[in-house]
Design a binder for this molecule. Structure first.
Ligand code: PMP
Length: 347
């Protein structure tokens, strides 16, 4: 079992940090009517006021929908903020390292590079499967974070739950599990089992199933102690008022999301079957997401042809283990039809 001790892995400067105390932090009551504490302008309501720094109302609504207590939620400016913060909280630049599955979402590496933290990619096995022992073998005493993404991007598949649990049980640093695409999967999300793992951080986003990529809202779910560290290091007002309002509206229209997901999953089945029939497609990989990976005869040529037709897919041919692969996002029925029609003309 993991001998995880949060106190041991936090950077000393973060432990010692006195965070900025904003006006809205110092007075968070609801009875005052005259606000002369934040050098705001009294005119131009409601945009004259700073937003709630800890987004209490929004977190209450999220807590109900996601079945995670509000005190276990951090909200960030997209998942990107929640990906960057663990580096700043746990990793000593030039000394510590992180281990990640390969291939996976590119921002884990970019944030490592920005923070001058060594990034150790560990290739997935047959069928893009996770081997916990291989991942653990890449860790040493300076490994602070292990990055796992399930369903994984760009491969689309869920990673084996038992293997993920093995990593969680045996690694005594932080394990981040990015569940950006979990709304498209029938696998039980790890966010529902937070209390079992003191070292887990689960990521979610409003950008995929919730259809709100423009508002930039990502979530991290973790123990209260880890959330306290995120709140200590984040910018004071990291989630603006418009985003908080729009997110609440989106959460109240949950029924739309369920409909979208149903249609997208049907379309995914139809698109994957159609790709299998294309002579220019060699293999379609299984997907638990709103996209799938397809091995083509000539990914670059097909990508260029589609761009010319005004259709953009993601060319992943230069990504490890994805030679000649295109990543296809499931669009509306019309968009999907346009893609298929263009590819059929190519034959
Ligand atoms: N995680 C994964 C696995 C992703 O694929 C993406 C977007 N491509 C994100 C996070 C980014 O989410 P956000 O829009 O919340 O920054």
């Amino acid at each position: 079992m993991t001998t995880f001790d949060l106190d041991n892995i936090v950077r000393p400067n973060i432990k010692a940090l006195s965070p900025y105390s904003s006006a809205r932090n110092e007075y968070s009551g609801h009875t005052a009517t005259v606000f002369l504490d934040a050098n705001e302008n009294p005119y131009n309501k409601p945009f004259n006021r700073y937003p709630d720094p800890l987004q209490a109302e929004l977190k209450e609504e999220l807590a109900t929908i996601k079945r995670v207590p509000a005190e276990n939620i951090f909200l960030g400016n997209g998942s990107d903020e929640a990906i960057d913060l663990p580096y700043r909280i746990f990793c000593e630049p030039g000394k510590d390292n992180v281990v990640a599955i390969e291939p996976t979402y590119g921002m884990y590496r970019v944030c490592a590079d920005i923070n001058n933290v060594e990034y150790r990619p560990v290739e997935l096995g047959e069928g893009y499967s996770l081997n916990a022992d291989k991942l653990l073998a890449a860790c040493d005493k300076h490994t602070k974070i292990v990055w796992i993404c399930s369903p994984n991007n760009p491969t689309g598949n869920n990673l084996d739950r038992k293997q993920i649990e093995k990593v969680l049980s045996n690694f005594n640093g932080i394990v981040v599990i990015d569940e950006a695409y979990s709304d498209f999967s029938s696998e039980r999300p790890f966010r529902l089992d937070l209390e079992e793992w003191p070292n887990i951080i689960v990521l979610n986003t409003m950008s995929k199933a919730w259809g709100c990529a423009a508002i930039r809202l990502g979530m991290a779910y973790a123990s209260k102690d880890i959330i306290a560290l995120f709140n200590k290091v984040k910018y004071p007002y990291n989630i603006n008022l418009l985003t908080q309002q729009k997110a609440k509206e989106a959460l109240r229209a949950k029924i739309d999301v369920e409909k979208w997901v149903t249609v997208l999953l049907q379309e995914r089945g139809r698109m994957m079957a159609a790709f299998t029939e294309l002579p220019i497609c060699e293999k379609v990989y299984p997907s638990d997401s709103n996209f799938f990976l397809a091995k083509m005869t000539d990914a670059q040529g097909i990508y260029d042809y589609l761009v010319e037709k005004g259709i953009i897919v993601r060319n992943r041919t230069r990504v490890a283990l994805c030679n000649n692969c295109l990543r296809i996002t499931i669009g509306s029925k019309t968009e999907n039809q346009e893609l298929l029609a263009a590819l059929r003309r190519l034959i």
